[in-house]
Write a protein that binds this ligand. Structure first.
Ligand SMILES: [Mg+2]
Length: 225
C-alpha cells in the first residue's frame, strides 16, 4: 500500500519522516520558466541563427532534446551551449525575472525547518542554473543542502543517483519523503525504496492539470501543511 497525502502529512508531523528531498523545477519553482525557455526562447534564437522558421527550429530542437533524455547531457548547459551555438546560461539570465516560486512552498519549507527536518533540493538541473535560481528566489535559507545529478554522476531516473545520494545525505529510505513533478523520476525513487513519494501536479502553472494515479498527488504545497 502506498502512502496517501493525509498519511504523508501525518508522517511529517512526527518523526516518521526525517529527510525531505525536493525536486526544484516544476516542484518548488514554476516550470513555466523552463518550458518557455526551451520551447520558445531557444527555438527563436536557433531560428535566427540558422535562418529557418520558428516551426522548423522547434521541430529540430525537440528531436535533439529527446535524443538526450534521461542522460546527463540533457541537464548540462555546457553541452547545449556547445551543441546549439547559444550561450544558454546568459540567455537564462536574461529572463530571470520569470523565475517564480510555487504558492505555499516557502510556508512549507519554513514549517519543515521548524520541525527540524533535513531539507534538500535533489535536482537534475545544472549547478549554474541551480545557483541562478537560488539567487533569485532565496530559497537556500530554508535548506540543509542541495544535490545535483551532475554531482552524483547520474540523473535521478537511474538507481545509481539514489545510491550515491543516500551515501551523501545519510537518509534512511523508510524515513524519507521525495516530491517531484516527473512520474518517471518518482518511479525510480520508488524502485530504490524511498517510502514517501508525492507527485507535484501543475508543475507549469500555465498548463492544464495532469492527474497521476500512481502516486499521492498535490496541486499545492498547502496540502502538506
Ligand atoms: Mg521537475
Amino acid at each position: 500500500m502506498y502512502s496517501s497525502v493525509p498519511d504523508i502529512k501525518q508522517a511529517l508531523e512526527g518523526h516518521d519522516i526525517s529527510h525531505v528531498l525536493l525536486d526544484m523545477d516544476g516542484t518548488l519553482l514554476d516550470r513555466y520558466f523552463d518550458d518557455y525557455f526551451w520551447e520558445h526562447l531557444v527555438p527563436e534564437k536557433y531560428a535566427d541563427l540558422h535562418n529557418i522558421s520558428f516551426g522548423r527550429a522547434k521541430e529540430e530542437l525537440l528531436a535533439k532534446y529527446r535524443s538526450q533524455e534521461e542522460t546527463l547531457n540533457w541537464t548540462d548547459i555546457e553541452y547545449w551551449s556547445c551543441q546549439l551555438g547559444i550561450d544558454i546560461l546568459a540567455l537564462k539570465e536574461q529572463i530571470r525575472h520569470l523565475i517564480e516560486v510555487h504558492p505555499h512552498v516557502e510556508a512549507f519549507l519554513k514549517l519543515m525547518r521548524e520541525r527540524k527536518k533535513k531539507i534538500y533540493i535533489a535536482t537534475n538541473a545544472h549547478d549554474k542554473v541551480l545557483a541562478l535560481k537560488m539567487k533569485k528566489t532565496e530559497l537556500g535559507r530554508y535548506l540543509t543542502g542541495t544535490i545535483t545529478s551532475i554531482e552524483m554522476g547520474y540523473p535521478k531516473e537511474h538507481q545509481e543517483f539514489w545510491r550515491r545520494a543516500e551515501k551523501r545525505l545519510q537518509f534512511r529510505r523508510e524515513h524519507t519523503l521525495f516530491v517531484d513533478d516527473t512520474a518517471a523520476v518518482l518511479a525510480s525513487a520508488r524502485r530504490y525504496g524511498i517510502r514517501y513519494l508525492v507527485f507535484k501536479a501543475k508543475g507549469n502553472s500555465k498548463m492544464p492539470l495532469k492527474k497521476n494515479d500512481d502516486f499521492a498527488t498535490i496541486v499545492d504545497f498547502n496540502e502538506l501543511i
